[in-house]
Write a protein that binds this ligand. Structure first.
Ligand code: AMP
Ligand code: GLY
Length: 431
């Protein structure tokens, strides 16, 4: 099979690696790709992958048997719909189904119609009304200490501010309406702040059948102890030893399966990976957000645990035959540590030479994100999150020890990574 993969992150390197394990993969193109995806096929740099016409033209030229869409931007822009018009087989939801991620207001309304538990929220198109609502909340005792301000649309993970004070909340509202997140901030959600532990629930779905993946946990803040600004994700582990089976089952049945069923009933069948981000609170699991694709770095720790051929899963999803497939997972645990450029998520330098990647253990993965090949094939930094090192172990503790042992072999100027990934992950035994 000939496959075109869209994206350039650690997630797409992990997807390319998983696809390349299939004996049936005959050719892989990745647009734009990174040095990791280049190991499995041809990179196509410079393709504007969120432009449906440009992707359709590329697909007409290449004639792939399958297109796999990694990131949210092309999904939100309707790239899948455009490719379907071209007669392509596409792994990734239509624009209408992807609205569960691309519009937080749509997601909230869908959850309300489907009876899915989430944080209370109101959406605003006027700064004055949003500020008045904040002051009401502050007077109500719950306090503005308990709010999260979110740009409605896709903002590359940057449109969310968890606020401790009324002043912070007001500043976040002003920032969003001032255009800090582009059109994504034309509408702003003010949401109740949830307290608890976060976990990522991923599932494959063909719009009807749902195959749940193991749970995983991302670490969003930049620094140890969950301090500092939120990032795209500094590390991840799977499975969470702390997650109670009862809560896991409720998330699968009362969140993921309800959302899939409701989207289908509303004429927006979802085909691809549905990923509810969950907060497990004292009152039970609550949805923080829905995503319409694999998480990054969640994909990096989940795909090494997938035993079934990913190409077969993609085929089953795109031909509505997911119920016929037995999807198997490795019992062992995985821990992934993201190595980032100094200064990330703020400004950071580029072009620092990366060394030691070849020194990692044979079964340890180095998934590239913000990295590129410079003159002479030298590997250099080219982004905030540079690479993700992933190790496997019989227990989370063993995977954790192994991943840090390997991270220590890789260097670049100012490399920053968290030392506490999976440190509080719970009982060691993988489930
Ligand atoms: P999102 O982009 O919606 O995933 O939000 C980014 C991060 O902000 C989440 O992973 C949470 O850590 C935090 N967050 C978002 N919404 C809430 C909420 N209602 N309560 C507490 N934290 C939240
Ligand atoms: N790691 C969270 C996300 O990809 O949205």
């Amino acid at each position: 099979m000939r496959v075109l993969l869209l994206g350039s992150g650690g997630r797409e390197h992990a997807i390319a690696w998983a696809l390349a394990r299939s004996p049936r993969l005959s050719r892989l193109w990745t647009a734009p790709g990174n040095p990791g995806t280049a190991d499995f096929g041809e990179n196509l740099p410079g393709v504007p992958i969120a432009d449906p016409e440009a992707v359709a033209e590329l697909a007409r030229t290449l004639r792939p048997d399958l297109v796999v869409i990694g990131p949210e931007d092309p999904l939100g822009a309707g790239v899948a719909d455009r490719l379907v018009v071209e007669g392509m087989r596409v792994f990734g939801p239509t624009q209408a189904a992807a609205e569960i991620e691309s519009s937080k207001t749509f997601a909230k309304e869908l959850m309300s119609r489907a009876g899915i538990a989430t944080a209370r929220a109101r959406s605003f198109e006027e700064p004055s009304a949003a500020r008045a609502h904040l002051r009401d909340l502050a007077r109500g005792g719950d306090g503005a200490a308990g709010v999260v301000v979110k740009a409605d649309g896709l903002a590359a993970g940057k449109g969310v501010t968890v606020c401790d004070t009324l002043a912070e909340a007001e500043a976040a509202v002003d920032l969003a309406f001032a255009g800090a997140f582009g059109a994504a901030g034309d509408r702003v959600l003010i949401e109740q702040r949830l307290r608890g532990r976060e976990t990522s629930a991923h599932a494959f779905t063909d719009g009807v059948s749902v195959v749940h993946m193991p749970f995983s946990c991302d670490h969003k803040p930049a620094f140890d102890g969950n301090r500092g600004p939120n990032t795209g994700g500094m590390g991840c582990y799977s499975p969470p030893g702390w997650l109670e089976p009862g809560d896991a089952g409720r998330i699968q049945r009362e969140v993921t399966e309800r959302a899939v069923a409701r989207l289908a009933e509303e004429g927006r069948p979802f085909r691809g990976v549905l990923f509810p981000g969950m907060m497990v609170t004292e009152e039970g699991p609550r949805v923080v957000e829905f995503n319409s694709r694999f998480g990054d770095p969640e994909a990096e720790v989940l795909l090494p645990r997938l035993r079934t051929d990913l190409l077969e899963v993609c085929e089953a999803v795109t031909s509505n035959r997911l119920s016929e497939l037995d999807v198997e997972w490795d019992e062992r645990a995985t821990v992934g540590v993201m190595m980032a450029s100094p200064g990330y998520p703020g400004d950071y330098p580029r072009g620092a030479e990366i060394t030691g990647v070849d020194a990692v253990d044979a079964d340890v993965h180095v998934f590239f994100a913000g990295a590129e090949r410079a003159g002479g094939g030298r590997l250099v930094t080219a982004g905030g999150r540079v690479l993700c090192v992933v190790a496997t172990g019989d227990t989370l503790g063993e995977a954790r020890t192994r991943v840090y042992d390997n991270v220590a072999r890789i260097t670049f100027d100012g490399a920053h990574y968290r030392r506490d990934i999976a440190l509080d992950a719970g009982p060691g035994a993988a489930t």
